[in-house]
Design a protein around this ligand. Sequence first.
Ligand code: BTN
Length: 255
Amino acid sequence: MKVFKEQIQSFLKRDCLIEVVPSIDSTNRVVKELAEQGEPEGRVLFAEEQTAGRGRMGRSFFSPPGSGLYFSVLLRPKGMDPLKITVAAGVAVARAAQEVLGLELQIKWVNDLYRQDKKVCGILAEGSFAGGGLAYCVLGIGINVFAPAEGFGALQSIAGALRDTAPDDKVRGRLAAAVLNHFFEIYEDIENSAVLQEYRRRSYLQGKTVTAVRGNERIRGKVLGIGSGAELLLQGEGGETLAFTSGEVQLEDYR
Ligand code: BTN
């Protein structure tokens, strides 16, 4: 555990208070607790395994020991649009995978990362709002670095990994640090339009027919692109243009 932490720290370009634990229910849950206790921005908690990893829309996130990176970052973004944090995190993971492993990942709106048509990373940004703005945000990132020995079980047809074989632990440390380095670089210059351009360039959904799910609504349409506020633009079945700032998108053959 200590080795992993030291590896991450040796590649980090900025000061972050990092903690690594062997097993925990959910790093997002624990960091949320730290946020409520007034801990400052920049606390990062890694777990080698999560027993109740959380996903979006109340789903769970499969987090078996040793094969992935599961971590949460405490942010105090002072009124920032939460969608921008999500975009920043997606682009940061894609840049890190490119830098460390030479991979070209795609981003499925709003923040899943894909390699060869399989999901390899999920991002869950949980915000707490006060006085009309975002008081804090817990940014949780789960990356399947390599496929677990026992496989992905029921998720086998949709889940993938960055690598087919286990890289040495140094690679995980480098990757973790690279995600944090890229994330904070983007976060500190969040209005930089190059990030949205890269998010669009990496879009997994462009031109595909999808069903957007927002509350009880299900709307089928063709993806036109990503708008200036990172909203998803769909052409509905009647030809109308629809914009989504929240919810999620299902592909025809994807749950
Ligand atoms: C999703 O795919 O719907 C989002 C998955 C987010 C998973 C990460 S793993 C680290 C952090 N802790 C959690 O409980 N969830 C996030």
